[in-house]
Every structure is written in structure tokens, then in C-alpha cells.
Design a binder for this molecule. Structure first.
Ligand SMILES: Cc1cc2nc3c(=O)[nH]c(=O)nc-3n(C[C@H](O)[C@H](O)[C@H](O)COP(=O)(O)OP(=O)(O)OC[C@H]3O[C@@H](n4cnc5c(N)ncnc54)[C@H](O)[C@@H]3O)c2cc1C
Length: 420
């Protein structure tokens, strides 16, 4: 470092969704800001998100977004996360985020699920809008330059990069989590946070497909069901650990789709979770009694044709086959045990899980910098003045549906408006 190296008001580490918005907000306030990005391109995850359409937020009130975080994690953990996130969501609400992009020329649309996408269906347009915000704010961006270490110094921080040593009054850590490490997110922020005295909740994959070796489920590869209830059951007593409803995709490795991915944070949380059973209800809108009545009333119909009315035929074949019920047997000829097995084939087909696809295919990282040590009104460290954490590096993970980008943008706005 030479005495001539400029003193930045803020060095933002990571040019993802959070880092770019934070830099633009701080620079608009006249701060001298430099963003460091290890990739040669900014916002790579924005580009790949939502199947390259970028589901940038959810059509919901700030309170609903916070509640979704509370529901996903559940219990005291969920409530604490929601409470922590509220000030950030109040600073940049989903509506305000949509308006911010609209002002940048990006029109958005709301789909029937509540997910908000660019009207063009192109994630590239979201990335470009973010880059325009940064360019007009006056913040500088250095691509292909990784931050290697963050240390305190008199009056601020010294950041060593792959090219030089930089000085700044404030440092904003926006390097994301550990998921999809192939796109630059290798968890670099955790080591810096720990070295500066922060507690890091052990990172684990979340929003990740679940694996299974259960043949009947693997044979259903490619089948999507729009409404499935998935319960994760532990132990012989059958304690229900998680109970979720949503769309499910059977794959060649196990289960994917929103309902499986939303459950995954629990499977990766406990090493013994692979002992749990996943119990599906393939037609939650059809009551068990309703199904039993149909069984009793339609003696002349075959088992397969009856179940084919409530689930796709291929699914009925697989689950009935697994239950050992003869597909072409007439309902009137079923034994009592076979009748029960027929209902179970729809209402509770069960599979053992083998685990998840891990960080490599996780859309987000659960765990991260402990929220208790970060001020929710500014995203500034409670331990190290001038140090900020925003976005996925924090111990925050939301459900599928645009919630994760919303949290990244909201925490970014808070820090960008706060850096001194
Ligand atoms: C396949 C996929 C699809 C997704 N789809 C959606 C979706 O549709 N909707 C949604 O809400 N969420 C989605 N997500 C999650 C969302 O992408 C993240 O929650 C969000 O990108 C987090 O933003 P961030 O800015 O905190 O981190 P990131 O976007 O991960 O950005 C961090 C940046 O820091 C850089 N970096 C890392 N280490 C260093 C270093 N040492 N020095 C300099 N730079 C560094 C990285 O290269 C990266 O550019 C998806 C994720 C994936 C993987």
C-alpha cells in the first residue's frame, strides 16, 4: 500500500444483486464507492436465476415477505429472522423495488403464483438495469478482482485484492453464500467475518433438490404434480418434522420442484435427517373419506381407472405397483387391506431420502453471519464499526418465489443508505 492509494468511503465486496444496489445507493449520496467482483462479469446469479428469467421479488406486502421467512424456518428461529428483516423490508418494499426498476426502464409482470419477473422474461434486462443504476450513481466497479482479506486499520479497513491493496472507511461484505460455487460464491465472507470476531452459523445448502434411491419415485422421472403435500416424518412414532404443500417434480435422482426445495433446509440441517421418511399426499384436495366413498360406490371400476381420476395414470401405476395392489382388479374384489393400500397409494406414498444435491445445486445457503451481531436498522456490524453485511452472506434464507432477491435488495438499500 502506498500513501497515494485512494481512501474510499466504502468498498463493496461482491457485485451481485446486493452489492450493486448498495453501491448505487451509497454513491448517489455522494460517497466514493468501489465494488470489487472476482468474476469478469457482474451479477452472474441474476443472469442464471429463475431459469434465466429472474424472479426478482414477490407480489406481497413487506409483512407477508417477513412472514414467509418466519414460516419457512418455523418456531423461534423463524420469528427472529422475520423480526430482523422487517426494517430492511420497510426501507425497500417489494413495491418500491418494482418502482425502482421501472424508473430504470425495466417493466415487470406478476404471474399467477405471485412471482414477479421482468416483462421481457430476460434476466439479462435485470442485470443491465442494475448496471445502469451503478453507472449513473458514479460508483466504480472493478471486475476480475477478488478481495482476499479484510483487516481493520486506523480510521477504517485495508482490503487486499488479487491486484492491489485498498483502503476504505467502510467495508460492505456482499459476497453471497456458498451455493453454486461454480459462479464465484465460495463462502469467502465467512472467514473474514470470523477473523473480525463474528459468529457464523454453519452454512448448509438450502433450496436444493432432494435425493432418494427409491425405485418407484425414480421411475416417475419427468412427472410434475402441481399440488402435493410433503411431510418429513421422523422415527417409528411418526413425528412430523415438516409439512409443506406445493408443486413437485420427480427426477432421475429424487425430488425437486418448490415443495421439495422449500423442505430441503431441514434435511441439510441435521446429519440424521436422511433417516427421515418423506410422505407424500399426491392429491391433497381430495379428502381421504371422499376417496373411500368412491372405492365403496364404484365396485365395477378397476383400481387403476379410479386412481387415474385423481393423479396422472403413470403415477397411479407406480404407487399402486409399489403398494402391491393389482392394477386391473375391480374395486369390489379388493380385500380390506388392498383397499387401505389403494388409498395409501395416493394419500401417503412414502420414500426414504438419501440427502440433497448439496451446495453445487443449492439455490441459496442457509446459515451465515449471525443476525444477532448485525444491526437490523443499518446492516452494520454490532462488533466492528464501519463493517456491513448484506444479502446471502447473512444467516437468511427464504422460500422459492423471489423472496431471496427481495431480502438481498432490501438489506442492500439499508446499508447503502447508512454507510457514513
Ligand atoms: C440457479 C439459481 C437460481 C436462483 N433463482 C432465484 C430467483 O429466481 N429468485 C430469487 O429470489 N432468488 C433466486 N436465487 C437466489 C439468489 O440468486 C440469491 O439469493 C442472490 O443472488 C443473493 O444475492 P447476493 O448479492 O447476496 O449474492 P450473490 O448474487 O451470490 O453475489 C455475490 C457476488 O460476490 C462475488 N464474490 C464472491 N467472493 C468474492 C470475493 N472474494 N471477492 C470479490 N467478489 C466476490 C461473487 O462472484 C458474486 O458475484 C437463485 C439462485 C440460483 C443459484
Amino acid at each position: 500500500m502506498t500513501d497515494s492509494s485512494p481512501l474510499y468511503d466504502a468498498l463493496v465486496l461482491g457485485a451481485g444483486a446486493a452489492g450493486l444496489l448498495c453501491a448505487a445507493r451509497a454513491a448517489e449520496r455522494g460517497k466514493r464507492v468501489l465494488v470489487l467482483e472476482k468474476n469478469n462479469k457482474a451479477a452472474v446469479k441474476v443472469l442464471m436465476s429463475g431459469g434465466t428469467r429472474c424472479n426478482l421479488t414477490h407480489d406481497a406486502s413487506p409483512g407477508d415477505i417477513a412472514d414467509a421467512y418466519a414460516r419457512l424456518a418455523g418456531g423461534a428461529e423463524g420469528k427472529a429472522k422475520a423480526r430482523w428483516l422487517r426494517p430492511a423490508l420497510a426501507r425497500l418494499t417489494p413495491d418500491a423495488l418494482i418502482a425502482l426498476f421501472a424508473a430504470e426502464g425495466l417493466a415487470t409482470k406478476i404471474e399467477s403464483t405471485g412471482k414477479v419477473f421482468p416483462e421481457s422474461d430476460r434476466a439479462l434486462d435485470v442485470q443491465r438495469a442494475l448496471l445502469r443504476m451503478v453507472a449513473s450513481s458514479g460508483a466504480e466497479v472493478a471486475l476480475g478482482e477478488a478481495a482476499l482479506s479484510v483487516e481493520r486499520s486506523a480510521g477504517g479497513f485495508v482490503v487486499a485484492t488479487s491486484r492491489r491493496t485498498l483502503r476504505a472507511r467502510n467495508v460492505v461484505v456482499a459476497v453471497g453464500g456458498r451455493s453454486w460455487p461454480g459462479c464465484g460464491t465460495t463462502g469467502d465472507g465467512y472467514a473474514w467475518a470470523k477473523a473480525l470476531g463474528h459468529r457464523v452459523v454453519p452454512p448448509r445448502p438450502a433450496l436444493v433438490p432432494l435425493t432418494s434411491t427409491e425405485r418407484w419415485a425414480l421411475d416417475l422421472q419427468g412427472v410434475t404434480l402441481s399440488d402435493v403435500r410433503l411431510r418429513l416424518i421422523e422415527g417409528e412414532r411418526g413425528d412430523v418434522r415438516i409439512d409443506r404443500r406445493g408443486s413437485l417434480l420427480f427426477t432421475h435422482f429424487g425430488l425437486s420442484g418448490p415443495v421439495a426445495m422449500d423442505c430441503s433446509r431441514f434435511v441439510t440441517q441435521r446429519p440424521d435427517a436422511i433417516q427421515w421418511r418423506a410422505v407424500l399426499d399426491l392429491a391433497p384436495s381430495v379428502g381421504e373419506e371422499q376417496l373411500q366413498e368412491r372405492l365403496a360406490e364404484r365396485g365395477g371400476q378397476t383400481v387403476l381407472s379410479l386412481l387415474g381420476e385423481v393423479v396422472p395414470r403413470r403415477v397411479a401405476e407406480a404407487t399402486l405397483g409399489q403398494a402391491g395392489v393389482p392394477l386391473e382388479r375391480r374395486l369390489a374384489e379388493l380385500s380390506r387391506a388392498q383397499r387401505r393400500a389403494t388409498v395409501d397409494a395416493v394419500k401417503r406414498p412414502t420414500l426414504r431420502l438419501a440427502g440433497s444435491l448439496g451446495f453445487k445445486k443449492a439455490e441459496v445457503t442457509a446459515g451465515g453471519v449471525d443476525l444477532d451481531e448485525v444491526d437490523p436498522r443499518t446492516c452494520q456490524s454490532r462488533l466492528v464499526p464501519g463493517l456491513y453485511f448484506i444479502g446471502e452472506v447473512l444467516d437468511l434464507d427464504g422460500p422459492i418465489g423471489g423472496y431471496n432477491f427481495q431480502a438481498a435488495f432490501s438489506t442492500a438499500a439499508l446499508a447503502g443508505d447508512s454507510v457514513a
